[in-house]
Design a protein around this ligand. Structure first.
Ligand code: ADP
Length: 169
C-alpha cells in the first residue's frame, strides 16, 4: 500500500521512519511567566504537532544567561537584557519534531514585536522588543548549544507519540 493510509498502519516499523528528531529550545521569559502565558504557549507547540521532551521552571543565573546570550555581550541593551531575564523565573522547554527550529521561529515571530504578525506569539502577546515573552533557538547548531547549556542529558525524555506517523511526510 502507498500513500497516507500506509502511514497510519501500526505495523510500519520504527526503523523505516526518517530521522527527523530535530530539537529546539523554547523559553517563556519572565514577562511571559508573570502574565500567565505559559499554558497558551505550550498549547501552540502541542497543537502544531511538536513533542515536548523536556521542561522545567527555574530562576536563571547571570552566569547561565551570559553564556546563553554570549553573542550579544557587546550590545548596548545587554545589561538590561540580563536584568530582565533574571527578574523572575523562566520556563524552558525542549521541543522535538520535523523542522522544529525554523517552524518555532515562525510561530514566535520576529524579535521586535512591531514586526510580528498577529498569530505569532510575539504578535499576539507583546508590544516591546525588551519584553518579547518568549525565546526560540535560531538554528539547529544554536539549538544544540542551548539545550546542552540549559538541560542535563537525563532531564530529556525519549517517548513515542502515538500520532507520529500522521505528523511526518
Ligand atoms: P531573538 O530572541 O529573536 O533570537 P536576539 O537573539 O537578537 O533575538 O536578541 C535576544 C533578545 O535580546 C531578544 O529576544 C530581546 O529580548 C533582546 N533584545 C534584542 N534586541 C533588543 C533591543 N534593541 N532592545 C532591547 N532588547 C533587545
Amino acid at each position: 500500500r502507498t500513500g497516507f493510509p500506509a502511514l497510519l498502519d501500526g505495523r510500519r516499523s520504527e526503523s523505516t521512519l526518517p530521522d527527523v528528531a530535530e530539537r529546539t529550545l523554547v523559553a517563556v521569559k519572565p514577562d511571559g511567566v508573570q502574565r500567565r502565558l505559559v499554558g497558551q504557549i505550550i498549547q501552540r507547540f502541542e497543537q502544531r504537532g511538536f513533542k515536548l521532551v523536556g521542561m522545567k521552571m527555574l530562576q536563571a543565573s547571570e552566569d547561565l544567561l551570559s553564556q546563553h546570550y554570549s553573542e550579544l555581550r557587546t550590545k548596548a541593551f545587554y545589561p538590561s537584557l540580563l536584568q530582565y531575564m533574571t527578574s523572575g523565573p523562566v520556563v524552558v522547554m525542549v521541543w522535538e519534531g520535523h523542522n522544529v527550529v525554523q517552524t518555532s521561529r515562525t510561530m514566535v515571530g520576529p524579535t521586535n514585536p512591531v514586526e510580528a504578525r498577529a498569530g505569532t506569539v510575539r504578535g499576539d502577546f507583546s508590544t516591546h522588543v525588551s519584553r518579547n515573552v518568549v525565546h526560540a533557538s535560531d538554528s539547529p547548531e544554536g539549538a544544540r548549544r542551548e539545550i546542552q547549556l540549559w538541560f542535563q542529558g537525563q532531564e530529556l525524555v525519549q517517548w513515542d507519540c502515538c500520532d507520529q506517523h500522521c505528523l511526518r511526510g
